[in-house]
Design a protein. Structure first.
Length: 212
């Protein structure tokens, strides 16, 4: 799960409407979005996604670049590596450097039209410098259950995720994530996506988390 989601100071509703072109074959996963789908790459195939995020909280600004490389180990199993680069601006100055790195696997374990089910799970490794990520002796496990319904030309994706963040008394140790996305495909060339997400507030001082 991406660090920009977990670092939000508030429980956020995000409604994103995006229009974009897709030129990928049907054997590949869908265009990158916040909500994971059950699509896999297929044995021996690679996919590179380039994503970034900007956020602002109490006058501080942060930027995160997070590429993701997925390799199809089997027709239903992907192996994923996702490093990150972070820039944070605050009143104390600017910090930049490597963020934490996710090592994941995504497995589609069920498929019967129109539904398929999968799970993406892994760990975040403390590769960040200074205070840009996890403590250097900590590993953060995470898991996301994934459901995809194909009702051509509509596709529905839904996620339920949990992340364990150890070693910081100021932050909640367990963080939850719920999201859903609806995609409408037009003539196999354009896709219209409506997406919404709800996340736990990681800051203990901010009050009760929505999920706790």
């Amino acid at each position: 799960m991406a660090r920009n989601i977990l670092s939000s100071r508030k429980v956020r509703w995000a409604l994103l409407i995006t229009i974009f072109a897709i030129a990928a074959a049907t054997a590949f996963a869908a265009h990158p979005k916040l909500t994971e789908d059950t699509g896999t790459q297929g044995r021996g195939n690679l996919e590179l996604e380039l994503g970034y995020a900007r956020s602002r909280a109490a006058g501080d600004h942060s930027f995160q670049f997070q590429p993701q490389l997925s390799f199809g180990a089997t027709p239903t199993l992907d192996l994923i590596i996702q490093p990150s680069w972070i820039v944070e601006h605050s009143s104390a100055g600017t910090e930049r450097g490597l963020g934490d790195t996710n090592l994941d696997a995504k497995w589609r374990f069920f498929g019967r039209e129109p539904w398929s089910l999968g799970v993406r799970a892994g760990v975040s490794l403390p590769t960040a410098r200074d205070d840009l990520g996890l403590h250097h002796d900590r590993i953060s496990p995470h898991v996301t259950l994934v459901a995809t319904g194909d009702f051509t030309p509509f596709t529905i994706d839904a996620n339920l995720g949990y992340t364990r963040v150890p070693g910081d008394v100021s932050q909640r140790g367990g963080l939850y994530h719920v999201s859903t996305a609806v995609t409408v495909e037009s003539q196999q060339r354009l896709s219209f996506v409506v997406e919404t997400a709800l996340d736990s507030n990681p800051d203990r001082a901010a009050g009760k988390s929505f999920f706790q």
